[in-house]
Design a protein around this ligand. Structure first.
Ligand code: FUC
Length: 777
């Protein structure tokens, strides 16, 4: 059996496909639609980033597509190590004045040392997201395999494997249903009685596997982490429904012989109810889910899943141009994206991110973590946590423009929790009102600093999350959501009203102690006061809070306090190299790592709009200088951030150049997962956001078409992007020039529309749709 795909047979392969595929005007992949990832060979069972992800927000799997042995690696998004814990450190508050004094005295290393001794959480690390384990299906060998193909169909959210063996064509379909909360695996063959396999389970968890009739059951408890005892129970339950043939049970495996077709229903649940309650009953939950799904036919399960998924996925369409390259297997396309002849791969990358968001973040689920929903390990990189000094926020960058506002609900729900746990951290560790979260959090909503003072002493994570929720509100204008998020924003702002201090030189109000995420300054430490990013995040937070309170007609006095504090924040400063300063002092050029992956000070350019190409050209130039100094190529998410930043600078060619690096084998695995490396999902989401920023921007009360269109995408179209102010926007361009646009207003907000040199005020009523030509007439 040989599945390799070499460059030498590429030409023959393309030719064969061109003969075999009927093209209806628009080039299509073999399955007849453009949104497919496909491969001519199974993923090796140990090459996890070649397998394909499915998920319903909560319950996920990686599908390997093996012929003799299928591996279905399972995840449930509440299976983390540890149990409810509060890492608050009572030593922090007494030490805080001295830490601040040392910072103001320029004794940064001493301040960092003292903060490390007194301000880290207890324990100084958080818990890890863990795998459930694997379901293995072992098939008898039936001779040589031909016509092998595995694919992930983004249009239906179904992973499919097909091949022919012993004269029989076999098909496997798998999906994770948000409607029925089970993973459904369907095995069929074109000849009756040909399906035989053994199903077993394996896991690194403390768990046992048994059978009960036609059901395979894994019962387990989660791992402990950093001294926090595992407090979760979980059950994975696999029901085998065979048509024809026979199912027989061994103590820990089930064998199917000579069936016509088989449906497997997989349910997984843990005892997690919320961050302080682990009294759930996993067995009762999964039994109920399996029972309900068993009453439905496969076709009913499948069509409910597809309808539910497509309601979200079909809102947006994107055409960046097409070429014969799109008929190649996806892994091959990644190797050749920078040949500039595969614009559709960028569109596929964009839609894959929307697929990932729909599959890893749905109302009621946990937010997308560092690996979204998918993780094969008990000890994944960075624990696969919620890192909130960029990564979690980046996960949600495409939610607004990608018309998936609902997928942000889990983030808002997590911030609701953090506002409670973070209130304890604010009170005990800082003596402050409101709430605070530092650079990471986990399933248990821990909010204290972790990992080391050079990473963890950064109090602005919760504030940035609040700004992310506000941005989502700007896209949807949903007043119910505003009522829910305003108290969170208010609490975050209150913390800073109580903890900002006046720095001695300019008397600006600054955070202290803090740091510019993970970047060391030239004074031998990271810790400092008033890093640019903090001042930018707080300027947004205070401004957003004032706007929210005005809309809701509340808290007039508080609004005044915020306005006063906002006016006293440190301004953005331009340093001696013409760069935007990362710190209060002009230290950038002397910093030990001037190519550092984080570009925290450029938060003001993206995701914020404090630095704007049109309104603040000097600051935009300084941001550009900072980007040039930092360099283009970095880790996955850091590369993706740079795409967005160059798009905000209206430089489509440069944004495209960086995108070409992101969508290359150095930063993209065969299954299109982002390589940090190792795998981290934020680059997928940040990259998608960057692609959208090149085509449409809607910050600052105007909708701008094609602000950073690269020459590589001369013709194309967008349907269903969302713009801030609650608009749905569709448009087309030819020869690099806008030819038409359609704007549908969902709220009747006023807006400017902008293309090239044309800026117009748009009068539009709620529910109205306006059509424009390329001159916005
Ligand atoms: C931040 C980044 C790292 C990594 C980690 C999860 O600490 O600096 O690159 O992404 O989060």
């Amino acid at each position: 059996m040989k599945f390799t795909f070499s460059r030498s047979n590429l030409g023959v392969f393309i030719f064969a496909l061109m003969l075999g595929v009927v093209i209806n005007g628009r080039a299509q992949s073999e399955s007849g639609q453009p949104w497919v990832l496909w491969y001519a060979a199974p993923a090796s069972l140990t090459n996890w980033t070649a397998a394909l992800p499915i998920g319903n927000g909560r319950l996920g799997a990686m599908v390997f597509g093996g012929v003799e042995r299928e591996r279905i690696q399972l995840n449930e998004d509440t299976l983390w190590s540890g149990g409810p814990y509060d890492p608050v450190n009572t030593n922090a508050l007494p030490a805080l004045p001295e830490v601040r004094r040392l910072i103001f005295a320029g004794q940064y290393a001493g301040a960092q040392k003292l903060a490390g001794q007194t301000m880290l959480g207890n324990p100084p690390r958080q818990m890890a997201y863990e795998t459930v384990g694997d379901l293995f299906l072992s098939f008898p060998t039936n001779g040589p395999v031909t016509d092998y193909r595995r694919e992930l169909d983004l249009d239906t959210a179904i992973a499919r494997t097909t091949y022919t063996s012993g004269g029989v064509k076999y098909t496997r379909e798998m999906f994770s249903s948000a409607v029925d909360q089970v993973i459904v695996v369907r095995l069929t063959a074109d000849t009756p009685g040909k399906i035989s396999f053994t199903a077993g389970m394996a896991t690194p968890q403390d768990a046992t596997v048994k059978t009960d009739g036609d059901v395979l059951i894994m019962n387990g408890t989660n791992g402990s982490g950093n001294g926090v005892k595992g407090a979760l129970k979980f059950q994975a339950r696999v029901s085998v429904l065979a048509k024809g043939g026979k199912v027989s049970a061994a103590p820990d495996s089930l064998s199917v012989s000579n069936a016509d077709s088989v449906t497997l229903l997989i349910a997984v649940a843990t005892s997690y109810k919320n961050y302080h309650d682990v009294s759930g009953k996993p067995e009762a939950i999964v039994k109920k889910q399996i029972r309900a799904a068993t009453r439905k036919s496969f076709d009913v399960l499948r069509s409910a899943h597809v309808a539910d998924y497509q309601e979200l996925f079909h809102r947006v369409d994107l055409n960046l141009g097409e070429s014969d390259s799109m008929k190649l297997p996806t892994g091959e396309r990644i190797k050749h994206f920078d040949d500039d002849n595969d614009p559709q791969l960028a569109a596929l990358y964009f839609q894959f991110a929307r697929y990932l968001l729909i599959s890893s973040s749905r109302p009621g689920s946990q937010p997308a973590n560092l690996q979204g929903l998918w993780n094969e390990s008990m000890n994944p990189p960075w624990n696969s946590k919620f890192t909130i000094n960029i990564n979690t926020e980046m996960n949600y960058w495409p939610a607004g423009v990608g018309n998936l506002a609902e997928c942000e609900e889990p983030l808002a729900a997590m911030v609701q929790d953090l506002a409670k746990t973070g209130a304890q951290t604010a009170r005990v560790m800082y003596g402050a009102r409101g709430w605070v979260a530092h650079h990471n959090t986990d399933l248990w909503r821990a909010t204290a600093p972790i990992d080391g003072p050079q990473y963890g002493i950064w109090p602005t994570g919760g504030a940035w999350l609040c700004n992310t929720l506000w941005d989502n509100y700007e896209f949807t204008g949903n007043s119910n959501s505003l009522k829910q998020i305003y108290p969170l924003m208010k609490g975050a702002a209150q913390f800073f009203l109580d903890t900002l201090v006046e720095e001695p030189t300019h008397h600006w109000l600054v955070t202290s102690p803090s740091l510019s995420p993970e970047n060391k300054h030239p004074q031998g430490a990271s810790i400092t006061d008033g890093p640019t990013m903090d001042e930018e995040i707080l300027r947004d937070l205070f401004t957003n809070c004032i706007s929210a309170a005005e809309i809701l007609g509340v808290d007039k006095k508080f609004r005044g306090q915020l306005a006063d504090a906002s006016a006293r924040l440190a301004p953005l400063q331009i340093g001696k190299a013409g760069q935007l300063q990362e710190w209060l002092e002009d230290w950038d050029m002397e910093a030990p790592d001037i190519h550092h992956r984080h570009v925290s000070h450029l938060y003001g350019l993206f995701p914020s709009d404090q630095i704007d190409f049109y309104n603040t050209p000097e600051l935009a130039d300084a941001a550009k200088k900072s980007l040039e100094i930092r360099g283009d190529e970095s880790t996955g998410w850091a590369t993706a951030w740079r795409v967005n930043l160059w798009a905000r600078l209206h430089n489509g060619s440069h944004a495209y150049k960086i995108l070409s690096f992101l969508i290359s084998p150095q930063r993209t695995y065969p299954d299109l997962f982002d390589a940090h490396p190792p795998f981290q999902i934020d680059g997928n989401f940040g990259g998608a956001s960057g692609i959208a920023e090149m085509l449409l921007q809607s910050q600052g009360g105007e909708i701008e078409f094609l602000p950073a269109l690269p020459p590589e995408w001369p013709d194309g179209s967008v349907t269903g992007f969302r713009a801030r102010g609650d608009f749905e926007v569709s448009f087309e361009w030819k020869g690099g020039v806008l030819t038409s646009a359609t704007i549908h207003s969902l709220a009747g907000n006023p807006c400017l529309i902008h293309y090239g040199n044309i800026v117009r005020t748009m009068e539009i009523r709620k529910g109205e749709t306006l059509h424009f030509n390329g001159n916005l007439q």
